[in-house]
Design a protein around this ligand. Structure first.
Ligand SMILES: Nc1ncnc2c1ncn2[C@@H]1O[C@H](COP(=O)(O)OP(=O)(O)OP(=O)(O)O)[C@@H](O)[C@H]1O
Ligand SMILES: [Mg+2]
Length: 220
């Protein structure tokens, strides 16, 4: 279970452009569930996801994973935890355009203690589940936006992370791909994973166990 307590993020504190992106947010994310964050553009969804995913440090508040306040742990511990347990599908974490789809999926595994090529079979399996098996050897710069989004999915899921973070995962894809993505999230939940996502997509909210709505950084 993830528990967020009184989380706040203020950008550019004390300056003319100070922005309270997330204000005093408390929420819980149960294991084996899909939780959606929604609300108008600029309401703080990406900021909140980034903090819970431990890639952005909060201004104040607590984030507990299974009861442990991970903000009190060392940077090293957090990095290891993130590497072992998290998968990110974020638009700003881009694929490398000059590498193939398969290389994009496997190369990040060099940072873990595994031989990336041991994961080749699994990568191809995922690619075919997502309908882009025939794009494995193509350069990413030659893929469509929706194909790149699916490649990013495989890259995030290849190591079977317990927690999956997805920032507007269906925003650039067609209806058919969206349906594939709903199925992927549902099957992740069925296999014991926890999915935390942000979205404006009402169909995606339908498969969520819980939806939290935000306005100007606050939970409403
Ligand atoms: N690095 C940053 N520095 C300064 N301000 C930021 C930064 N990142 C986000 N903000 C501001 O914080 C607020 C929340 O941004 P955030 O990206 O979390 O919104 P969002 O809900 O994800 O919006 P969208 O639906 O458009 O993706 C916005 O007002 C934004 O301008
Ligand atoms: Mg956003």
């Amino acid at each position: 279970m993830i528990e967020v307590r009184n989380l706040t993020k203020i950008f550019n504190r004390g300056k003319f452009n100070e922005t309270a992106a997330v204000v005093d947010v408390s929420l819980k994310v149960k294991d084996r569930s899909i939780v959606a964050l929604t609300g108008p553009s600029g309401c703080g969804k990406t900021t909140l996801l980034s903090m819970i995913g431990l890639i952005l440090t909060p201004t104040s508040g607590e984030i507990l994973y299974d009861g442990e306040n991970v903000l009190l742990a060392s940077d090293f511990w957090r990095t290891m935890f993130r590497r072992q347990s998290f998968g990110f599908i974020f638009q700003h974490i881009n694929l490398l355009p000059q590498y193939t789809t398969l290389e994009n999926i496997l190369l990040p595994l060099y940072s873990s203690d595994v031989d990336p090529w041991e994961y080749e079979g699994k990568a191809r399996e995922w690619l075919s589940r997502l309908g882009i098996a025939d794009r494995a050897e193509h350069l990413v710069e030659q893929l469509s936006g929706g194909e790149q989004q699916r490649a990013a999915f495989v890259r995030a899921l290849i190591k079977d992370p317990k927690y999956v973070f997805a920032d507007e995962p269906t925003v650039f894809v067609d209806e058919e791909t969206s349906r594939i993505i709903y199925k992927v999230f549902s099957s992740l939940r069925d296999s014991g994973k926890t999915v935390l996502l942000s979205t404006h997509d009402p169909e995606l909210m339908k498969i969520a166990d819980e939806t939290y709505r935000f306005c100007k950084g606050r939970l409403v």
